[in-house]
Design a binder for this molecule. Structure first.
Ligand SMILES: N[C@@H]1[C@@H](O)[C@H](O)[C@@H](COP(=O)(O)O)O[C@@H]1O
Length: 260
């Protein structure tokens, strides 16, 4: 796990965009794992800028969303399919039909989850997965005590996550209780994982993710078992880490030719 402490979300977004750009320059039909929430927005802003100003192209790319609310009507502005359309798909040249999200409106959720897993597999798996992290250590919507081997399935949100996400809705009670999310086992199959976290409210979760024991209580800690994870954070979210000097030293002395 590479931990990179940066000046803020813009620098984190630019570094993540560098890794994503490198993927699509080398492999134009690469597969991007898409996250929602506010943390990945600087990445999407930077990718949109590079598309507009530097011709970075996604015409042959595919994208897979991590998760989706259950019970929001199709086209609801806070459904993650819509959020990703606004924040990413519409701003670059990716084919909207090649951007997939779990179906939170399916009558047979179990079947829809199995179909989603099959679609990721058929695409050849995710090359670069963007991740944020919840204040309780969730990734995707894998809440504490999620199985570390879980696959795409329906989950119940904790009250903390519903409160955290209430800012996106008109009223707190509108936040759905249920979601469909890629499992931790699904996420772990991505070839490179870029996790971005900023702000002091994430400091506890970041500490547990990076330095805590691997435990279902902090689902993100499973990433310690992945061979290629990059954690992009700012000083505030690094505030509870014990080995910050080492992380800063490692990054400052990284051979400049080596990408993330
Ligand atoms: N399902 C999403 C997660 O993928 C995201 O990481 C988390 C944190 O969001 P934010 O980046 O806004 O703090 O929010 C939601 O729960």
């Amino acid at each position: 796990m590479e931990v990179v402490i940066l000046s803020g979300k813009e620098e984190a977004g630019a570094l993540a965009a560098d890794a994503i750009e490198a993927l699509f320059r080398a492999k134009p039909d690469g597969v991007l794992g898409l996250a929602t929430g506010s943390s990945p927005l600087p990445i999407y802003d930077e990718l949109a800028r590079r598309h507009q100003e530097q011709g970075l192209s996604f015409t042959r790319a595919q994208g897979f969303a991590l998760d989706e609310y259950v019970g929001l009507v199709s086209g609801h502005p806070q459904s993650y399919r819509e959020v990703l359309r606004r924040e990413f798909t519409e701003r670059v040249d990716i084919d909207p039909d090649r951007v997939h999200a779990p179906d939170g409106t399916a009558t047979d959720i179990g079947q829809a989850c199995a179909a989603y897993e099959a679609a990721i597999k058929a695409a050849g798996g995710v090359d670069v997965q963007i991740l944020g992290i919840g204040t309780d250590g969730h990734i995707g919507f894998n809440e504490p005590v999620s199985s570390l081997a879980s696959r795409t399935r329906i989950k119940t949100l904790t009250e903390q996550t519903r409160q955290d996400n209430a800012r996106f809705f008109d009223a707190a009670e509108e936040v759905p209780h249920h979601v469909v999310t890629q499992g931790l086992g699904t996420i772990m199959e991505a070839r490179h994982i870029l996790l971005i976290a900023t702000g002091a409210q994430k400091a506890g979760a970041v500490q547990a993710l990076v330095e805590g024991p691997v435990s279902a209580l902090c689902p993100a800690s499973v990433l310690q078992l992945h061979p290629h994870v990059t954690v992009l954070i700012d000083s505030a979210s690094a505030g509870q880490l014990k080995l910050t000097e080492y992380y800063r030293h490692t990054w400052a002395n990284k051979p400049h030719w080596q990408g993330l």
